[in-house]
Design a protein around this ligand. Sequence first.
Ligand code: FEO
Length: 442
Amino acid sequence: MTCDITWISISGDAHQPCSAIQDVTDILKTVGRLLDQGVECWVVVRLDSVEVVKDVFWVGAVDWNVRNFHGFTYSTHRGTTYNAYLIRDKRIALVDSVYAPFSEEMVQRIREIVDPSKIEYVVANHVETDHSGAISRILELAPNAKVVGTARCKEGLQKHYFGDWDFQVVKTGDEIGLGEKSLRFLEAPMLHWPDSMFTYIEKDALLLPNDAFGQHLATSKRFDDEVDERILMDEAAKYYANILWPFSQLITRKIEEVQRMDLKINTIAPSHGIIWRSNPTRIVEAYLKWAAGEARKRTLIVYDTMWESTEKMARAILEGVRSLGVEAMLVRLPLSDRGDIIKELLDAKGLLMGSSTINNGPLPTLAPFLEELRGLKPSNKIAAAFGSYGWGGGAVRAVEDALGRAGIQVVSPSLTVKWVPDVDELRRCFEFGKEFARKVLE
Ligand code: FEO
């Protein structure tokens, strides 16, 4: 004897009214009871797709539990999504896929709309595995599909998956007709990798820019008008600062290129997070601002301390900064998340960095942050260094050198204190902060 239990979203049973099953535990109890009775049964988890515009469906996956991304380089406190888009037309296309562990989730969403074997084009906007991880699986199901991407994408996918796939290389301006709709491609190297490109559907004024304009945000909602705007922009800023900041010049040029092409864009559907449908201009304007290095006249004081001398300095400096009405934020490095600090820096003109001295250098806890700054090369920032020492010193000089390597202009002479700051030295710290605030206000 066979029966099906269909769990729709969070509850539902083919044999009982949905209201009779309240949660997963109830479903499992029902399954257990049926199994005890010798009834063969399946739990069918139904995963809904979401129609972004007519006949373009979100078929991605929500990764609620990921807390570290790119290895351990980016904290994802709010999880993420891997967005893939299915275009249903005379010919069916899938744009991007998902991280491999979510392959079946994506396939299931596709099955809700079409038979996966009918897919004729698998567009890979980007090689990185969070978007290409399910490509092998989808090509098993759609063995006649062409893989579409840039020349570098072809090379990258072959080196990742070693598949003998039918590949169609595209470049800016190339188009693939699907029937009513067509896919137009725009190369976007370094947004986020050399292989990256955007896909544009003119009929729907829909841009699928992969990593660009994304956010690491897991939510059951799919659109910008359905989520808290502050959280959305916070995650978008963190994403930009931690991933795209080094490519700011390219981003400005790419946005200007798109503007010159005069493409109508009503919806921007990135590969992470929510889809910008109510106000896509909002995120484009934010990108232009971030790429230009525009930031508020505020100051981050980022430091670590061994026996509280540098901490006392940092607090006195904070008061000095505040005395001119400049907003300041005190961040002790090992206690704070590096990715969050970098996001804060995106919107702060000033950076003051402090450290105690150990072995003639800064505390090692500063190193990951300074190394991250070197790679991100934040533009239009000003900085100064401070710290304490017992005998030889060296921490503050090393911090200044590291700031220079990150391309950050050091605008004030550093401030050092031997052992513990006394009243006069704390006054100097206050003045140091005040002087820096003047420069922030310029
Ligand atoms: Fe979300 Fe560059 O991958």
